[in-house]
Write a protein that binds this ligand. Structure first.
Ligand code: SAM
Length: 455
């Protein structure tokens, strides 16, 4: 692997005699890892576990993930192992996580957000992505994960100045120069330059400055990058502690993890190097906003920007569709019905007013004069009462045909809406009308590979 000489020089300063091992590791295969969805994954797991998370595993080889229906059903997420260290930051810095408001500011495609959605299953996650074209894949991955406790937004970090002292936890997985991804993405090597490192570091400072007011006093900020440069990591961490009322939070490390603790200007951060820990290059640090743990956030007056209307379940149908119905609150937007976690409705209504919301809670479907037309997200939702809609369990081959949006015929389907299941995981809907079966898998999500490439 040909590395830019100034980058090599920088790494020599960090690593000294370990530089050769680092370069050798960059020429080896990247580990392949997944994080499973504990509410969905149907099998016992025999893979080697990733030691800093409860739900991450190394796979012995890279399968063709597209050809696994479990991935499309949100059974797991393919994620680089070092990034899952986020779990340690959350568990150690926030032992009480019930009912908290969390922001994942730079969220697409959704690796850390799906992790956070599980770690804060009784809270509310705002999963934000500034780049519009990337929000689509983020919302798709959130719907597949199916936890229902997430609001997906499309806002610039500076828009969060409005949402002052709202969040108990903010994760900034910042856009960076990507040095830690050189092994996985060789294009990043060609794009590397000293100037870009400086530009990234300045942009990260701007992002941190924009988002700091949105953090509650007593709340934590997790800052991470997938790069090694001091400017983008320790320098920015020290800058936050210096600039704001912030104290650095130290995490306990198990020496077997081979994570490197670094100290700069009395601030501690954590580095992953590929010749030490089994994962890609990564940096993470945690700070807490000083000023006590009191909730300073006050809901402002409604601006009425949103057209959301709280709705009763007059017919009792939704009570039957959702498990633990009392934990959800229904809202209508035109013919669309959605459900939000009942304990967070005020927060979600406020977010609709203050931000650009792309998706929230769980979309249940469209109520027309004739019927409820279930939303695709409902088929993937972990809170769906699986007795409500008839189900069709399919083989892997039929699951893949369904995910390709091919025409299918089922001998065991009932008239109307049927939920397609693969190993117990909902994949989507087919509607039987007479002898015809309409495949409602979303066109934009369908698998585009030919069937013979998938088997
Ligand atoms: C490292 S990636 C995030 C990966 C994501 N957290 C995950 O785990 O899947 C950084 C994200 O920041 C977004 N981004 C780019 N410029 C930004 C900016 N100026 N402010 C905030 N986010 C930005 C990128 O679009 C990208 O989605």
């Amino acid at each position: 692997m040909k590395l830019p000489p100034p980058f090599k020089l920088r790494m020599t300063e960090f690593l000294g005699p370990e530089l050769d091992q680092f370069i050798e590791a960059l020429s080896s295969e990247s580990p392949v890892s997944i994080r499973i969805n504990q509410y969905k994954y149907p099998f016992d797991i025999a893979f080697k576990s990733i030691p800093w998370t409860q739900t991450g595993y190394y796979l012995p080889a890279r399968p063709l993930f597209t050809a696994d229906p479990l991935l499309h059903g949100g059974g797991y997420y393919v994620q680089e192992a070092s990034s899952m260290f986020l779990e340690q930051a959350i568990l150690q810095a926030l032992p009480e996580r019930e009912g908290l408001n969390v922001l994942d500011l730079c969220a697409a495609p959704g690796g850390k957000s799906t992790h956070l959605a599980s770690l804060f299953s009784n809270g509310l996650l705002v999963s934000n992505e500034v780049i519009k074209s990337r929000v689509t894949i983020l919302a798709e991955n959130i719907q597949k994960w199916g936890t229902g406790n997430v609001v997906v937004t499309n806002n610039d970090p500076k828009d969060f100045k409005e949402v002052k002292s709202f969040f108990d936890c903010i994760v900034v997985d910042a856009p960076c120069s990507g040095e830690g991804m050189f092994r996985k993405n060789q294009n990043a090597i060609g794009e590397w330059s000293e100037e870009n490192v400086q530009l990234c570091a300045q942009r990260q400072k701007r992002i941190l400055a924009d988002i700091w007011p949105a953090l509650k006093p007593g709340g934590i900020l997790v800052y991470s990058t997938c790069t090694y440069s001091l400017e983008e990591n320790e320098h920015n961490l020290a800058w936050v502690c210096d600039q704001y009322d912030a104290e650095n939070v130290k995490l306990n490390l198990n020496p077997d993890w081979c994570v490197k603790e670094t100290e700069y200007s009395k601030c501690i951060g954590y580095r992953f190097y590929p010749h030490k820990a089994e994962g890609e290059g990564f940096f993470l640090a945690v700070v807490r906003k000083k000023g006590g743990t009191q909730n300073e956030f006050k809901f402002p007056k409604k601006r009425g920007k949103t057209t959301l209307i709280p709705m009763d379940d007059k017919s009792g149908m939704f009570n039957e569709i959702l498990n633990n119905f009392d934990q959800w609150k229904l809202y209508a937007k035109g013919e669309e019905v959605m459900a939000f976690p009942a304990l967070k409705t005020r927060e979600i209504e406020y977010l609709f007013d203050a931000l650009d919301v792309n998706y929230a809670g769980v979309s249940i479907g469209q109520v027309t004069k004739k019927e409820l037309r279930p939303d695709h997200a409902l088929a993937l939702f972990i809170g769906l009462n699986d007795k409500y809609f008839p189900e069709i369990s399919v083989t892997k081959e039929d699951a893949l045909k369904f995910l390709r949006k091919d025409d299918l015929v089922f001998s065991n389907a009932q008239d109307g809406w049927n939920r397609i299941l693969y190993n117990g995981l909902g994949l989507g809907w087919v509607k039987k009308v007479g002898h015809r079966f309409n495949n409602y898998y979303p066109k934009e999500w369908r698998i585009r590979l030919a069937m013979d490439k998938l088997q």
